[in-house]
Structures are given as structure tokens and as C-alpha cells.
Write a protein that binds this ligand. Structure first.
Ligand SMILES: [Zn+2]
Ligand SMILES: [Zn+2]
Length: 300
């Protein structure tokens, strides 16, 4: 017990928890106000309020509270990254240090988004990663909070590999910069899942709009394996994975996904899927595979 108390105290000093807690409160207020504004835009666009009276929305609220309420960031993520710090010391390259701020920022967004694009493609191509990522795609009635619907293993692996490994260590974004950066990324992601029809006009080939990301969640086979980008849609146009149509997708989700809407079901789902594949589950024919959940894409 004493050892644990000591460890937490060290962690608090390491993370500079006082200012971090204050910034976390401010971040929650900004995020809350942003989600509320998105809701007002959704209402204007005619999105149905019935989405909010569902079990699946209640689960998205739970995900949001878990990931954005402080518990996950301060206790889980901070503990793991501080434990891994010495192991990953060789990655501490701080590539952006010494550059003018505007150049560092531009390189961060372009390089970071390039890595995120390929990581996301890998999540759809590799069946182990897809088993976890499919939880994010399971929502059939999207709201801004669907952005937070992530299996904890997917969330943690992204945070450790991308945010801690690449952004913090390799590129050198200081810990204090995490909060504003996190708020921006969280708001951006919330907007992409909101039920608004924004396409960003001529900029739609440059930036990911809510309408662009909507196709990524479409259940229809012709929209499968498309629109992976997070910030810059040009990655999808460049690598031939962009889909853009005049009409929004008719339905969201993953066809045939055998997962109930419950906390335990969500947590267990990837392991159940992997177990079924291990037991010889046969992939569906190619046409169905595109939209199908139980689609063991080739192992990479
Ligand atoms: Zn995806
Ligand atoms: Zn999404």
C-alpha cells in the first residue's frame, strides 16, 4: 500500500498534476460546449432525437465519461506511459525541436496524419486489429459521442503508439501541449461523427468533413474500405481510397455484426471474434466481405 502511495506521488510530480487537473477541467468545458453546439446544428439539419433514447447512446456516454472524465488519462494512460518511458527511451528523437513553431506544427499535422491514415488502414486490413476496431464501427445511430466508442485496447494502443511514441517521443510534443492538442483532436473527432451534412465545399478534398467520415461508417458494400483519413482527406484521394457521393449513406454500422449493446459484450467482442476465427470461421464471399464484420482480411 505504501509502495502504491509512493508510486502515485511520484506520478503526480512527474505529470505536474495540479496544472494538469485545472487544464483537464477547462478541456471538459470546451468539449462539452462544442458537443452542445454540434447538437444544435444537428437539430437544424433535422437529425432525429430518438438516437439519444437508445441503449447504444448510453454506452457512448459511458465511453465518453471513461475516456474524457480523467480516470483513464490520469490513472491508466499516465501509469502505462511512465512505466514504458525507460523502455522507449531510444525513440526520444524530438525531431521538431529547434524548428520555427509554425513549421513544427505543420510537420506535426501532416506527418502525424499520414501515420494515422496508415494505422487506420491497417486496422481494417489486419484481422486482429479489426476485431478491436469493429467496436467503433458498431454504432448504427451516430452522434458526436460515437467518436469515443473505442475498445480500451484499441484506445490504449493508439495512445501509446501514436500519441506517446510518435507524437511525444519521436516528434517531441511536450506533455503540457497534450491537453490543448487533445481538446482539438477530440472536438475534431466529435464533429466528424455528428449528423450534419457539412462537406466543406471546395475544401472537401483537403479536409475530412462530417460527410466524408460518414461514408467510412456506412454499412453499404460500395462504401467499404474507404475514407480512412482523420484530418486531411487528401490522403484518401492520393491513395485511391476516397468515396464521395451526393447523398449521405443510408445506414451505419457493420453488416451482420454479432455483438449486443452492453459493456461486457463490447469488452469481450474482439476476443470472441478472434476465437471464432481461430476455430476455423470461414470468411464470407468477397462481395459480402466488404461490408461484413466477420471478415478476416488477410493477416499482415
Ligand atoms: Zn475505421
Ligand atoms: Zn469514426
Amino acid at each position: 500500500m505504501e509502495a502504491l502511495r509512493q508510486r502515485l506521488a511520484e506520478l503526480a510530480v512527474l505529470l505536474d498534476l495540479g496544472p494538469l487537473a485545472k487544464s483537464a477541467i477547462k478541456a471538459s468545458l470546451v468539449y462539452g460546449a462544442f458537443v452542445l453546439a454540434l447538437y444544435l446544428f444537428e437539430r437544424r439539419a433535422g437529425a432525429a432525437d430518438a438516437r439519444f433514447r437508445t441503449r447504444s447512446f448510453a454506452l457512448d456516454v459511458l465511453y465518453t465519461l471513461f475516456y474524457k472524465g480523467g480516470f483513464y488519462t490520469i490513472l491508466v494512460l499516465a501509469a502505462i506511459t511512465s512505466a514504458l518511458r525507460s523502455e522507449l527511451d531510444f525513440l526520444q528523437l524530438n525531431l521538431l525541436q529547434g524548428l520555427p513553431w509554425w513549421l513544427g506544427l505543420a510537420i506535426f499535422w501532416v506527418a502525424g496524419d499520414f501515420v494515422t491514415y496508415w494505422w487506420h488502414r491497417l486496422q481494417h486490413a489486419n484481422r486482429f486489429l479489426w476485431a478491436f476496431h469493429s467496436v467503433h464501427h458498431s454504432q448504427e445511430q451516430m452522434t458526436a459521442l460515437t467518436a469515443q466508442r473505442r475498445h480500451p485496447i484499441e484506445h490504449l494502443s493508439m495512445d501509446v503508439l501514436l500519441y506517446f511514441g510518435i507524437f511525444h517521443l519521436v516528434l517531441g510534443i511536450p506533455t503540457r501541449g497534450w491537453v490543448p492538442l487533445g481538446v482539438f483532436i477530440t472536438c475534431l473527432s466529435a464533429m466528424q461523427h455528428a449528423q450534419v451534412s457539412w462537406r466543406f465545399g471546395p475544401l472537401h478534398r483537403l479536409f475530412v468533413s462530417p460527410s466524408f467520415h460518414a461514408y467510412h461508417h456506412s454499412v453499404e458494400a460500395r462504401h467499404a474500405n474507404a475514407n480512412y483519413a482523420f484530418v486531411f482527406s487528401f490522403w484518401d484521394y492520393l491513395f485511391g481510397t476516397a468515396v464521395s457521393e451526393p447523398e449521405p449513406p443510408a445506414r451505419y454500422g457493420v453488416a451482420g455484426l454479432d455483438m449486443r449493446e452492453g459493456v461486457t459484450d463490447h469488452l469481450v467482442h474482439p476476443f470472441r471474434l478472434l476465437w471464432r476465427w481461430r476455430r476455423g470461421y470461414q470468411p464470407a464471399p468477397a462481395a459480402a466481405r466488404a461490408a461484413g464484420p466477420e471478415t478476416p482480411a488477410p493477416l499482415t
